[in-house]
Design a binder for this molecule. Structure first.
Ligand code: DAH
Length: 344
């Protein structure tokens, strides 16, 4: 019987050690230590032995049982640890995970980028940046700029009126020039300011017109400012913005709020002056208007034209953005098709 017990203990220990998981171990435990186990059978047979043998064998049976129970406890602890490790691995959240491809980040609209660059260049030349409202009244948009109600020059701007106040008294600003008036009302000269923003005109959308577009206005008021300062400032801006190969020129023109007035052109940025399709073979691109601030404009804001003089300019931002990237349809800037916008 001792031999049988030893064999039994060795087999049971091997099975316990070989149990692959907790369920398997539980089955082995019932098999080798449970009520129907060979171990229990052997114990039942103790009653038929003489007292000496019974004591020795009983002792051996108890030892074997205790050892096997300890083996089961140890194996269970092992398997539980393994199971916990496996579960942790399965439930692990990888916080370093990146979606691939990385989610696309947006960026500033082409017009905003262009406006920011223009501001940067003028700030570098010592200018400040000012803004004004898009809904203006007739006085700021026209009268204070030396364009009285019956002035024929009003025809230069097809105005969108707002249904408020007296008929045709409130409007969407047709240019950024009214911000000149607001700046001169707010701050005493000397003034060196640029004023970018959205403007509106009653235009039908086509490749080169939109009822809403963007301008940047410039205003300098100081003692002893001359037309040479205007020409020099625009030339300095031109080379700072477009590079040293591009120069500016001024052509006589007419604007009610400046006298004299000029048209501001730059060398064509595509052919650098030799003539191409974009500049209609002229070698020049029209950027905007400029001139010396009219005494009537100074009078409207109470600046003494005997003490102060100044120049102003204004040009379109959208066209500049299009030219820079060789885009031929202004409407692309407003349809907001990301396939177009993400190129810039
Ligand atoms: N406001 C003019 C326009 O929208 C552009 C302009 C011309 C602005 C001459 C000026 C200027 O400041 O001096 O057509």
């Amino acid at each position: 019987m001792i031999e049988q017990l030893e064999q039994l203990q060795a087999d049971a220990a091997a099975r316990i050690a070989a149990a692959a998981d907790l369920d398997g171990l539980h089955a082995v435990e019932i098999d080798v230590l449970g009520k129907r186990s060979t171990l229990t059978d052997l114990r039942k047979q103790l009653g038929g032995l003489d007292p000496d043998e019974r004591r020795t064998l009983g002792q051996r049976l108890n030892d074997a049982k205790a050892q096997l129970e300890a083996a089961v406890v140890a194996r269970r602890a092992d398997l539980e640890a393994t199971a916990r490790t496996a579960q942790l691995a399965a439930e692990r959240l990888d916080l370093t995970e990146r979606l691939d491809p990385a989610p696309a980040r947006g960026h500033l609209h082409l017009v905003t980028q262009t406006r920011d660059r223009l501001e940067d260049v003028f700030v570098g030349l010592g200018f400040t940046v000012a803004e004004g409202p898009e809904v203006e009244d007739d006085w700021y948009n026209f009268e204070a700029l030396n364009i009285p109600p019956s002035h024929p020059a009003r025809g230069m701007w097809d105005t969108l009126y707002v249904d408020a106040g007296e008929p045709q008294s409130v409007l969407l600003r047709t240019h950024t020039s009214p911000v000149q008036i607001r700046v001169m009302q707010d701050v005493a000269p000397p003034i060196y300011a640029v004023m970018p923003g959205r403007v509106y005109r009653r235009d039908t959308a086509d490749a080169s017109h939109m009822p809403v577009f963007h301008q940047i206005e410039g205003l300098v008021v100081d003692r002893g400012i001359t037309f040479a300062d205007l020409a020099g400032t625009l030339e300095a801006f031109t080379s700072a913005y477009f590079g040293s190969a591009i120069h500016s020129r001024l052509r006589p023109s007419y604007f009610p709020f400046t006298e004299p007035s000029a048209e501001y052109d730059i060398n064509c940025v595509f052919c650098e002056g030799s003539g191409c399709r974009t500049c209609a073979q002229t070698g020049w691109l029209e950027l905007g208007g400029c001139g010396m601030v009219h005494p009537n404009v100074f009078a409207a804001v109470g600046i003494d034209p005997e003490e102060w003089s100044g120049f102003a300019f204004g040009f379109g931002i959208d066209r500049l953005a299009l030219m820079r990237h060789g885009v031929d349809d202004l409407r692309e800037l407003f349809t907001n098709d990301v396939r177009f916008l993400r190129q810039f």
